[in-house]
Design a protein around this ligand. Structure first.
Ligand SMILES: CC[C@@H](C(=O)O)C(=O)SCCNC(=O)CCNC(=O)[C@H](O)C(C)(C)COP(=O)(O)OP(=O)(O)OC[C@H]1O[C@@H](n2cnc3c(N)ncnc32)[C@H](O)[C@@H]1OP(=O)(O)O
Ligand SMILES: [Co+2]
Length: 133
């Protein structure tokens, strides 16, 4: 695993949180992108090597909608950059971590992603992401 690529934050309103995080970080989001398969609309802020990913649910079945219903707004996941996602998935599976997808899937911001179940990672939802070259 390499550096923390992004921290995902579940929000109720992307518009309101874009404004709040712009004031907090002193920069504007550099992109907004919907990911239909995850039922989310995202926006990204660059903060050094790590990004902040704000996530708003676009439907009631979205993991973000369920998370906010149970826990409220807040940190939803931590994403680590990896060089080779498939070999990292194989390594982590052999170490006993539970993969939530067996095949890398297309994420936001030009990444292939895989999630690890929080019950295998001390209740922290972990995302692996590999830049698509
Ligand atoms: C934009 C694309 C991508 C990117 O490029 O960056 C993204 O970031 S997409 C982000 C949204 N997508 C996902 O989160 C996909 C992976 N998540 C899942 O598959 C599910 O959310 C889940 C983690 C398997 C939970 O789903 P489910 O079992 O249906 O929900 P429950 O509400 O019943 O929760 C079960 C259990 O898990 C705990 N939980 C849920 N979410 C989290 C979380 N984010 N962090 C920590 N723990 C979480 C939840 O509290 C339940 O625990 P117990 O109550 O103790 O059973
Ligand atoms: Co993410």
């Amino acid at each position: 695993m390499q550096h923390v690529e992004h921290i995902g934050i579940a929000v109720k309103s992307l518009t309101e949180s874009n404004s709040l995080f712009s004031k907090l970080l002193g920069v504007q989001p550099y992109k907004q992108e919907g990911v239909e398969s995850e039922g989310v609309l995202t926006s990204f802020f660059q903060t050094g090597q790590t990004k902040i990913e704000l996530l708003e649910a676009t439907n009631p079945d979205s993991p973000i909608a369920k998370f906010i219903e149970k826990k409220g707004e807040g940190i939803h996941h931590i994403a680590f950059e990896v060089e080779d996602i498939e070999s990292e998935m194989t390594r982590l599976k052999s170490e006993g971590f539970i993969l939530l997808n067996e095949v890398p899937k297309k994420g936001a911001d030009n990444k292939l992603v895989c999630f690890l179940h929080p019950k295998s990672t001390n209740s922290v939802l972990v995302e692996l992401c590999q830049t698509i070259k």
